[in-house]
Design a protein around this ligand. Structure first.
Ligand SMILES: [Zn+2]
Length: 708
């Protein structure tokens, strides 16, 4: 998880972050009301207590309101500086508390912080509405926007003006009063439906359990999974039995390893029928209504479909752009998936069975074929991936590419003793950023891995404010006398999140909101960083046995490489099918409620999805697109879009040399430093010399043969 923000989310952050301190000076004991004199201006975490947030949020919101009112009622004629820049560069008091608060609610939360979160989330969203629906304010922004051709603005300033104007327009500011009323009704209903969808899904997920009471039915399952299932049964008052759930850590290993075929079918059916039982928790009517309302709202705003509305803000730009990419990858992906299906059928036969491959057999036989073919054991790799060495590996790559250096600082405040802080300097020795890493799980930490910021970069009163960038992850803890030894997947994740961080270190933008890019572009810097992780030249530097210091054996590296694209036909196909389904739901020709089952069947039928593969998310549990906020609606394609860019960009590194200075410098100047200051395709073309090609992705995923 990333710095991924839609333009809309950016608007929220910008707006709720915008407005300066000055008003009344509250009690000096609250660190949020003081100037921080800590090294690098790091928040004085040890002095910040739960009771400090509420007054700081309240003061920040009040100041922001005052500031917005002042901009809106400024007697001077609207200018870029007194309107757009003023709006953008304000909200500093609120930003100060919010940056700390959001860092801690992700990485080190507790009941007190969660209660504050609950209290202030609606207040912050109301603040955002107050800004976007302020008619006087919009009139000023619009006046500046309409005179944009005559203004002497930089490229970045033009983009800023455009972004702010669009935020208002997309928020309904340009609508007639009657339309505005309907617009608000739609938003209201959508927010209720999104919550209902998520609530139903949660109940459905928690409501299904595969309960096993005979020990022989556990055959094939590893002891850790069995004991977790025993705990789950105990918690459900089924002492002495084993319960498996539709949650990933339970169902995925079960489908991969359980020998009992009937039980694999049972748990998969439980998973895929969630929200589809024609009862009170059925999600089909809600999601149809959501799609219809989104379609209506898009039309109100002058767009043909919801997807047109969403994609305007992305690199893909239009539904045709998205479908174009999906259609390029789909045939190759499906062809490989069918080949994989034939392999699995052969494995079934070799197993002495005569049934036809079904969806509940796929993962099970796929794992058996993988083991037989590649003999790759994740546990055997871990001793070569002690966490500190892996981190030195990413530092090494960033040094070779961009000349960055990293020095640990122990004199900087931290929010937890496990956090480590590094000072990042540029090739010429100048200070670039502060980088904090927080690697292991704790009860107060949300799951997953992400890159965040404690301070954004921008130019404040002519001075370059450098960022404080965080990586927070949930990697394996040290055990016994060994340091934390990472899995291959964790190594990739460490490189991935570090890639987001590098993007932050070198960012050169004048305005805070310009550091962020669209969802289909933001994963380029992170996913491309993963490419260096497994380069033999880089592995040689960091992958050393924690005890003996021995470099990872070449044979093991080759095994990793060979196993690399195995199963990609399945993975890409189930993913692409969900991307098509998402796009189909959001390009309805009419704002009309569709019967969800028939609609989904038709959508998947059109692309010829084979029955042995289930779409990654069926509509009734496609939370990414129908859950609260619907953040990924018409956006689920973003993952593959980014990966096209990654494969295409990395091909240039491969051609020129993976540490070629000129290529690295061009990537830094044209992509990493620019953020959202220009159109993403323009930036990409400046780096690559042309639009991205899809072939490198097909090769990378083993869906096409490399060019000779
Ligand atoms: Zn990411």
């Amino acid at each position: 998880m990333p710095l991924a923000f839609s333009r809309l989310a950016v608007a929220i952050i910008v707006l709720l972050v915008a407005i300066p301190a000055a008003a009344q000076a509250p009690p000096a004991s609250n660190p949020f009301f003081e100037e921080w004199t800590t090294p690098f201006g790091m928040p004085p975490f040890e002095r910040i207590k739960a009771e400090h947030y509420k007054p700081a949020f309240e003061a920040g919101i009040a100041e922001r309101k005052k500031e917005v009112e002042a901009i809106a009622s400024d007697p001077a004629a609207p200018t870029f500086a007194n309107t757009v820049e003023a709006l953008e560069n304000g909200g500093l008091a609120l930003a100060k508390v919010n940056d700390v608060f959001s860092t801690l609610t992700g990485a080190e939360t507790n009941d007190a912080l969660q209660a504050i979160n609950k209290e202030f989330a609606p207040k912050l969203s109301a603040l955002r509405d107050d800004v976007l629906l302020n008619e006087k304010l919009f009139a000023r922004v619009k006046a500046v926007w309409e005179s944009r051709e005559k203004l002497a603005l930089s490229v970045e300033q033009k983009k800023l003006l455009d972004d702010h104007y669009k935020d208002f327009v997309r928020g309904g500011a340009n609508l007639a009063p009657e339309q505005k009323k309907r617009f608000r009704e739609i938003n209201q209903e959508l927010s209720v439906l999104g919550l209902k969808f998520a609530d139903n899904l949660l109940k459905e997920t928690n409501g299904f359990k595969l309960v096993i009471d005979r020990k022989e039915d556990l055959a094939g399952l590893p002891p850790a999974l069995v004991s977790a299932a025993a705990d789950a049964a105990k918690a459900a008052k089924l002492e002495g039995k084993w319960a498996f759930t539709p949650q990933a850590p339970s169902i995925l290993p079960f489908l991969t390893l359980a020998e009992n075929r009937d039980l694999r079918k049972k748990i998969l059916d439980g998973y895929t029928s969630r929200g589809d039982h024609a009862d009170a928790l059925d999600n089909k009517a809600s999601l149809s209504r959501i799609a219809a309302l989104r379609s209506e709202r898009a039309r109100l705003l002058g767009f043909k479909t919801h997807a047109d509305f969403v994609l305007e803000e992305t690199m893909a730009k239009t539904p045709a752009g998205v479908y174009g990419l999906l259609n390029r990858v789909w045939p190759a992906s499906l062809r490989v998936a069918k080949k994989e299906a034939a392999d699995l059928q052969a494995a079934i036969k070799a197993d002495g069975k005569d049934f036809a491959l079904e969806a509940w057999d796929w993962r099970y036989y796929s794992e058996r074929v993988r083991k037989a073919r590649f003999d790759l054991d994740d546990q055997a790799l871990r001793p070569y991936f002690p966490i500190d060495r892996v981190r030195d590996g990413v530092f090494y790559a960033a040094n070779r590419l961009y000349g960055l250096t990293f020095t640990e600082r122990t004199d900087v405040p931290k929010y937890h003793p496990e956090v480590r802080v590094f000072e990042v300097k540029d090739a010429d020795g100048s200070f670039l950023a502060l980088y904090t890493v927080d690697y292991h799980p704790r009860p107060g930490k949300r799951s997953g891995a992400w890159c965040g910021r404690i301070r954004s970069t921008w130019i404040k009163d002519g001075k370059d404010v450098r960022p404080i960038v965080t990586n927070v992850t949930n990697f394996t803890r040290p055990a016994g006398d060994a340091p934390a030894l990472l899995s291959l997947e964790e190594v990739r994740t460490l490189f991935h999140e570090f890639g987001h961080a590098v993007n932050g270190f070198v960012s050169r933008v004048s305005y805070r909101s310009m550091g962020r890019t669209s969802r289909d572009f933001v994963e380029l810097p992170s996913q491309i960083m993963e490419s260096w992780a497994l380069e033999p030249e880089v592995l040689k530097v960091y992958a050393k046995h924690w005890k003996t210091g021995e470099t990872i054996p070449l044979a093991l590296v080759q095994k990793i490489e060979k196993a690399g694209t195995y199963g990609e036909g399945f993975r890409t196909t189930e993913y692409l099918a969900a991307s098509y389904l998402d796009m189909d739901w959001h390009t309805l020709p009419e704002p009309k409620e569709m019967e969800a089952s028939a609609f989904e069947k038709a959508s998947l039928g059109r692309i010829g999805l084979i029955p042995e593969i289930v779409v990654r998310y069926r509509s009734p549990y496609f939370q990414h697109i129908f859950g609260p906020g619907g953040g990924y609606s018409a956006g689920y394609y973003s993952y593959i879009w980014s990966d096209v860019l990654v494969a295409d960009a990395y091909e240039l590194f491969r051609d020129k040399g993976i540490f070629d200075k000129a290529t690295a410098t061009s990537f830094r100047k044209n992509i990493l430093e620019k953020g959202g200051t220009e159109d993403a395709m323009t930036l990409y073309k400046r780096f690559r010399g042309r639009e991205p090609a899809v072939e490198p992705l097909l090769v990378k995923r083993g869906l096409a043969e490399p060019k000779p």
